[in-house]
Design a protein around this ligand. Structure first.
Ligand code: C2E
Ligand code: MG
Ligand code: MG
Length: 619
């Protein structure tokens, strides 16, 4: 007997209902699908119908009835009756769902009394039921007079209709219930188990692993720079990307493992039955390789990468929460290590996480306690050696840790939103200082500030700049804003609008760390920026024999042809300087000229009009 999960074809529904049906010798009832295959049945309709079924009925007759039922259009639900000259009749009723004939219910009847004492005796022996009891039942069953067959058909139809409408409700209810429980356990976008289902499975897997002394691993997967991709390509493509990554990851693991969407662009893979902890690294490598393959999504060629963190039971933690936390920490470590790779959890990471928390806690008071200061690093004209400007660089005078560079706290401030207040302070302080220098009679010098992408995207950003310029009275042309390319990877239209508005104010704009991001010069050319800062990683490789030299020359030449000022960052050696001068790079900044200075020291550089080193090699 076939049993399907669809309640329309559910034997437990049909069986009792049909049993109620008549005191006549109904030999059997069966449900057929539109393909004429029996879906369920034959159901013995009476306690001893099996005996009669043994006699069977002409399969040709049944097939004829079935086909006639299936040929019914949806508005004709009348029963089909096929009787034979012999002792059997078949009655069928089409089964219609949502206006379509999807199958038929076919019942066989005996037209004559079938009390066969020999057959009843066989059944009595086989079932262990006393013969007289069975015989009494058999005698009580009446054969169907052929004139009643149509009536029987109608009765069958009412029954089918009733069952179907009950089932329709039940089906809807069950469908809704199934959907709900699926939703409760699954993520609707990727169809992957969600966080709560993962947790259930993890808890169960941990109990099993514990009992059988087995290992298991959690892989925490995060798509690198997903936010930028999502913002720049649009959310529909972002969704497509998540689905694509979900598929790729799923194909890298065994059926017994769980791939779940943990939230946003995070996936967690539960790998059970792990022999050695290192095997989890192989799964991680497989995932990295699969995701890193060039992908095409809605006509866009994409190169994406993921960072993975791995924690292993029982090596790294005993319980689900800690295991997840450790995998997450390891994932952040993988990101720190340059993304696109994986890292196993190490106990030291816990120390770092605690440190991160303490930094965040301290950041909340740092502004009130006036613990931030700005240093100013000179930018120098590479032809003349004249001071060309200053870049304001933030430092945090931490009460316990001493002077902290931005790498220590800016990313944390970005994560917790404090960067907004800090950024406002930086701009205000730099503008105030620039104005104070001018008021003190020093030669006006452009001062640049770094704006993080998080700050730049805030709705109030532009307004704050306007207010600060008004309050400090600094002429906007002395303020330069340094933006990294990541600012431009977001909502390009919105970013462009803000850049144009800044430009309209008279503020100068520079692209910072050029070469480390994604954008090409041809893309940037549509933006009204004034300057391009070549990232120090290129500058520092100029003289190391790598191919950074040609890249730097190309960037300088392109930037010049687009009429941008070019500033080389991180100039440390005389060789680098000579190369940049030969390539006719406009400005330089770096330890070769000067380290970042406190305001009073910088004032002396302004007085002199050049840094102590000057620009020796050229002149
Ligand atoms: P950046 O804007 O590219 O700043 C240049 C960084 O290179 C500074 O690091 C500077 O001290 C360092 N540097 C300058 N010359 C040399 C050199 O010759 N060799 C080497 N190795 N490094 C050199 P710093 O001050 O640690 O700042 C790091 C980054 O933090 C900055 O990179 C900028 O992106 C960010 N940052 C700094 N101040 C602020 C701020 O006020 N707000 C925001 N949002 N970000 C800031
Ligand atoms: Mg900068
Ligand atoms: Mg830079």
């Amino acid at each position: 007997m076939t049993q399907t999960t669809d309640p329309v074809f559910d034997l437990t529904v049909w069986g009792p209902a049909l049993k109620k049906y008549g005191d006549v010798v109904q030999l059997s009832v069966a449900l057929y699908g539109a393909d004429e295959q029996m879906v369920c049945g034959p159901l013995p309709a009476t306690p001893i119908a099996t005996i009669f079924q043994a006699h069977g009925y002409d399969p040709g007759v049944r097939a004829e009835c079935l086909r006639a039922c299936l040929a019914r259009t949806s508005d004709d639900r009348s029963p089909v009756v096929v009787s034979t000259a012999s002792q059997l009749a078949v009655v069928g009723v089409p089964l219609q769902l949502d206006g379509r004939t999807v199958g038929a219910v076919v019942a066989g009847y005996s037209l004559v009394n079938f009390c066969d004492s020999a057959a009843i005796a066989r059944l009595a022996r086989a079932s262990g039921t006393p013969f007289p009891a069975l015989w009494a039942v058999a005698r009580s069953l009446r054969p169907v007079p052929s004139r009643r067959l149509v009536q029987l058909g109608e009765l069958l139809q009412v029954l089918v209709d009733t069952l179907l409408s009950e089932n329709a409700h039940r089906r809807q209810a069950e469908h809704a219930a199934r959907r709900f429980s699926h939703l409760a356990g699954h993520d609707s976008l990727t169809e992957l188990p969600n966080r709560s289902l993962l947790f259930d499975r993890l808890t169960r897997a941990l109990a099993l692993a514990h009992r059988h002394g087995r290992r298991l691993a959690l892989l925490f997967v995060d798509i690198d720079r997903f936010k930028h991709i999502n913002d720049s390509l649009g959310h529909a493509l972002g969704d497509g990307l998540l689905q694509l990554v979900a598929r790729e990851i799923s194909q890298c693991v065994r059926g017994a493992d769980t791939v779940s969407r943990y939230g946003g662009d995070e996936f967690v893979v539960l790998v059970t039955e792990l022999k050695r902890a290192e095997d989890a690294g192989e799964v991680a490598l497989k995932i990295v390789a699969a995701v890193t393959r060039p992908q095409t999504l809605a006509g866009h060629d994409l190169r994406i990468s993921v960072s993975l963190g791995i924690s292993v039971f029982p090596d790294d933690a005993q319980d689900a929460e800690t295991l997840l936390k450790h995998a997450d920490l390891a994932m952040y470590h993988a990101k720190d290590q340059g993304r696109g790779g994986y890292q196993f959890f190490q106990p030291e990471l816990n120390v770092r996480a605690v440190e991160r928390q303490s930094i965040e806690a301290g950041l909340h008071h740092a502004l009130d306690q006036r613990e931030f200061t700005l240093l100013y690093q000179p930018k120098v004209n590479l032809k003349t050696g004249a001071l060309a400007g200053a870049e304001a660089l933030i430092r945090w005078q931490h009460p316990d840790r001493g002077l902290l560079a931005p790498a220590w706290f800016v990313p944390i401030a970005e994560d917790c939103g404090l960067i907004m207040a800090i950024g406002r302070w930086v701009v205000a302080e730099a503008c105030r200082q620039a104005r104070a220098w001018q008021d003190a009679g020093l030669p006006p010098t452009p001062v640049s500030v770094n704006i993080s992408a998080v700050e730049f995207r805030a709705k109030s950003f532009l307004e704050h700049i306007v207010n600060i310029l008004n309050e400090t009275g600094l002429d906007p042309r002395w303020l330069e804003i340094e933006l990294t390319e990541s600012v431009l990877m977001g909502d390009v239209t919105a970013a462009t609008a803000v850049i144009r508005a800044l430009k309209a104010l008279g503020v100068q704009l520079a692209i910072d760390d050029f070469g480390t991001g994604w954008s090409s010069l041809s893309y940037l050319r549509h933006l009204p920026v004034d300057a391009m800062k070549i990232d120090k990683s290129f500058v520092q490789e100029i003289t190391t024999g790598s191919n950074a030299g040609p890249i730097v020359s190309a960037v300088i030449n392109m930037a010049k042809s687009l009429k941008y000022r070019v500033i080389a960052e991180g100039v440390e050696t005389v060789e680098q300087l000579a190369f940049l001068q030969a390539e006719d790079c406009g400005e330089g900044q770096g330890y070769y000229f000067s380290r970042p200075l406190i305001a009073q020291q910088f004032a002396r550089v302004m007085e002199r009009g050049t840094t102590r080193s000057g620009v020796q090699p050229f002149s």
